[in-house]
Design a protein. Structure first.
Length: 387
């Protein structure tokens, strides 16, 4: 494979075999995986872009969903480096919809049973997902929908479930509707998933007085040469079909001409991007190299270390047990050995291992299940780390 100098040949053969076996075993229809160290990069491709369709290609596009989060965080942190934002700034100046919040007495309680927020929401709160609003496991498993869950669905916020780029309203409408709702927890009290990244995208847009998609392009994608990354697939012929397993069978979750085939009204900073393996590696290598022309080295260090206090980790509501063995930085999961990473719910994963100068990316088009991501994601990472 291209760019493999600097890796152990047997280890690369092992990675190739893992990827091929995952397709043969029916884990996923297709895979594009990459391991990179220094200037060396090894890419392996297997399977098909759609069941019964064309072969997978190195430049195939995937919906990277929640892997959008670290990219959004990096864009916002570039404003911090430029002095346009401060980490502990209240966000009310740019997001007046979030001023003077009310907080539910119980997360599953009626929307009018609230108490005042004890303090304003800050940029740090949004970056660390501790601003008081977001997904937690119990709401997704409740026998009856919680009032707050129902309210987000009625407002088409797509904040407590999978991304819905075809139906979410424009950013100002989205923020206005979000601002009608109380928080689930006091700012700074608990870690709650996903919604913080969506709000960060609106924040970045308002600070820059430009659409978030332009902010991401100008501050990250263009400088890094990430030409395949965006909030929709301009060339749908390169977009893999997304699948989810239902009743033991893979069913189409999104086709190439589906929700990511046209520009969305809301550029979702939490789960909106499509990308390719080379682009994701470029982003990962930028962080390992101390930020390059995108971020300062101290900012990268802060982004990629655990930012949660012990109290915040202990306050995580049931349903996100992965925080039992890791922390959260700014848009990334951080493990005790210094590795940081994040996954996308449609079957994609990225990890940086600073101690080995290693970036590992595995892109599939099969959504995560109750048992987690496709096994090939962890298997490739383990093989790369053992090389």
């Amino acid at each position: 494979m291209q760019g493999s100098r600097g890796f152990d040949g047997d280890a690369l053969a092992s990675i190739d075999a893992i990827v091929e076996a995952a397709v043969e075993q029916g884990q996923v229809p297709g895979i594009v995986a990459a391991v990179a160290r220094g200037k060396a990069m090894h890419v392996t491709v297997a399977g098909v872009m759609a069941i019964g369709g064309a072969p997978m290609q190195r430049d195939t596009l995937f919906r990277i969903t929640s892997m959008t989060k670290p990219i959004t965080a990096a864009a916002v942190l570039s404003f911090v480096d430029d002095g346009l934002l401060k980490i502990d700034d209240p966000v009310d100046r740019w997001l007046p919809e979030l001023a003077d919040r009310q907080v539910l007495r119980r997360p599953d309680g009626p929307l009018d049973d609230t108490v005042p927020a004890r303090r304003p929401i800050t940029v740090r709160d949004l970056l660390t997902f501790t601003w008081g609003f977001g997904m937690q496991g119990a709401m997704l498993m409740a026998a009856e929908p919680w009032p707050i869950f129902t309210a987000t669905v009625e407002r088409e916020l797509a904040t407590f479930g999978p991304p819905q780029p075809a139906t979410v309203p424009d950013p100002d409408t989205w923020m206005a509707r979000l601002g009608e709702l109380p928080l689930l927890a006091q700012p700074g009290e608990r870690w709650l998933y996903h919604s913080g990244s969506q709000v960060l995208g609106v924040l970045a847009s308002r600070v820059a007085t430009a659409p978030f998609e332009r902010v991401v392009s100008e501050r990250l994608l263009d400088p890094l040469g990430m030409r395949d990354t965006g909030f929709y697939a301009a060339d749908t012929g390169r977009l893999a079909t997304a699948y989810a397993r239902r009743d033991g069978r893979l069913e189409v979750a999104d086709a190439p001409d589906g929700q990511w085939s046209r520009p969305p009204a809301f550029a979702d900073g939490g789960a909106g991007l499509v990308s390719s393996v080379d682009d994701v590696v470029a982003f990962g290598r930028m962080l390992l190299r101390g930020g390059g022309q995108i971020l300062t080295a101290p900012t990268v260090a802060e982004m990629t270390r655990n930012q949660l206090t012990q109290a915040q980790r202990e306050n995580v509501w049931p349903g996100f047990s992965f925080l039992d063995d890791r922390g959260w930085g700014y848009g990334v999961s951080v493990l005790d050995d210094g590795r940081y990473s994040w996954d996308g719910g449609f079957g994609t994963t990225w990890s940086n291992v600073p101690s080995q100068d290693l970036t590992v990316v595995v892109l599939t088009q099969r959504a995560a299940e109750e048992t987690g991501m496709p096994a090939v994601c962890a298997d490739v990472l383990a093989a790369a780390r053992a090389a």
